[in-house]
Design a binder for this molecule. Structure first.
Ligand SMILES: [Cu+2]
Length: 145
């Protein structure tokens, strides 16, 4: 059994070593289709995810130039600060404010409390890790009535 565990640890370690190494296609953009920074909307809020330059594929699918959408809700932005940069090497955790769309969904209906909310899209590879270089949208702030 010990040998098996050792082998598993080596496999897990080597998989981690390739984290963040899935290449993105040059010029790819990710954006909100139906929302703009500063919008005031009624809840629940439909959010449509846009991606130009790459394709959408489910998590686990090893297909070149594809990924799946993630939405960061009221979370520190990815890609704009020292803390965010660290997250590029990591498997993004599934949390209430970091939602994965691993079936390849391209929209969601969000239940957001009235008030201001920040939203950002981030593309993840088959292992939920941002591409290299990472693909993410601008951060938008919306107000829910
Ligand atoms: Cu994911």
């Amino acid at each position: 059994m010990k040998t098996v565990y050792a082998a598993m640890i080596i496999l897990a370690t080597s998989a981690t070593a390739y984290a963040g190494e899935t290449a993105s296609a040059p010029g790819t953009t990710q954006y909100f289709v139906n929302l703009a920074d500063g919008d005031t909307v009624e809840g629940p809020v439909k959010v449509i995810f846009g991606l130009s330059g790459m394709g959408v594929a489910p998590a686990g699918a090893d297909i070149e130039n594809t990924g799946h959408h993630h939405v960061l809700i009221d979370r520190p932005a990815i890609g704009t600060g020292a803390d965010g940069a660290e997250e590029f090497d990591m498997n993004m955790p599934a949390e209430e404010n970091l939602r994965h769309f691993g079936k390849g969904q391209t929209e969601v209906m969000l239940e957001l409390a009235p008030g201001e909310h920040s939203l950002q899209l981030v593309l993840g590879d088959k292992d939920h890790i941002p591409h290299n270089p990472p693909i993410f949208s601008e951060v938008i702030t919306i107000t829910v009535k």
